[in-house]
Design a protein around this ligand. Sequence first.
Ligand code: UGA
Length: 355
Amino acid sequence: MIPHRIAVLGAGGFLGSHLVPALLERFDCSIDAVDLDFDKLQQSDSRLRKLRGRIEDPRVLAEATERAELVLSLTALCNPAQYSTIPLEVIDASFTHLLPLVKSCAERRIRLIHFSTAEVYGSRAVGADGLPTSEMSEDSACLQLGPVHKERWSYACAKQLLERVIWAYGEHHGLSFTLIRPFNTIGPRMDYLPGVDGEGTPRVLACFMNQLLRGEALQLVDGGQQKRAFMAVSDMVEAVCRVVERRRACERQIFNLGNPGNNVSIAELARQLASVYAEQQPHAPPARFEHISAEAFYGPGYDDTAERIPDVRKARRLLGWEPTESLSQMLPGIVRDYVERYRDRVAPPQQARSA
Ligand code: UGA
């Protein structure tokens, strides 16, 4: 049965801004959307109520979950640059601040769909026997995090511990839940551009778009040979809608949601993005690429995952779902979105040089 009242926590972020309109279109439901701002979720709809506030504020939590039959929890600080620069805030956002939510869902019999992360697998795919595998599997992988002084893993560790808390509430206290581990989901409205609508270092797609728009060299961390499997946000939205629909099949399940078919090196992503940008902006200067060490780019405490390929057999089987969009299909729309949103707010390369 589809829930009539859904609370979406973190609704104003990248994923939330795609999910909320899709849920409203697909289901006969009303939504309480919670976030600090809703710049990315411009939609207004009589069935949509926007609540501004922090989920760690008990009043906000109470108001958001008051009438909810289902909670989708998306809040997090999920940029790797933050994991080693503000690790305590990252741990609080991924773990401490969400404990009351999990408890409340268990006590009040609210179904919880929680967004965890592919980061929980750690630095490489490892099977139950401790040996390397090609894909990361939900129910058999060992979760291999680096040493404590590599603060990169603070986020993965906090997310993993919350998964274990949710699991325990499910096993021992009747919590109805599904855990989702997104793998590098990209699309329009992702992240911010530093110096325009945010500060610091966003994820790789926004870093590269920032550099293309400013006519600066795309920076390939440690040469860019590390790989990621990129998935279109539309494929993510379809999978999540199916998780909402198929409650019984998804009960106490963990799902990888990603596209193993789009596994490319970061250097290859940079090359493809630059070529799509050049097609759309023929007068832009030719893209340049430069290598930079992880230490110079992120500072101390950073560590990386060499390759992160999801095993999506369970999602195929239980959701009847298949990710469909290739990288070459999704990049033109993403580039167009960045150009339209930021063209007038970023100094064009010539101006930037003469300034
Ligand atoms: C991050 C988060 O930690 C995950 O939780 C999240 O699921 C994932 O992004 C996501 O996008 O879904 P990661 O893939 O390491 O994980 O983050 P990115 O910042 O997108 O970096 C990807 C790779 O590009 C890394 O190897 C990084 O070193 C590299 N990179 C990043 C560059 O080479 N140049 C840049 O300018 C930025």
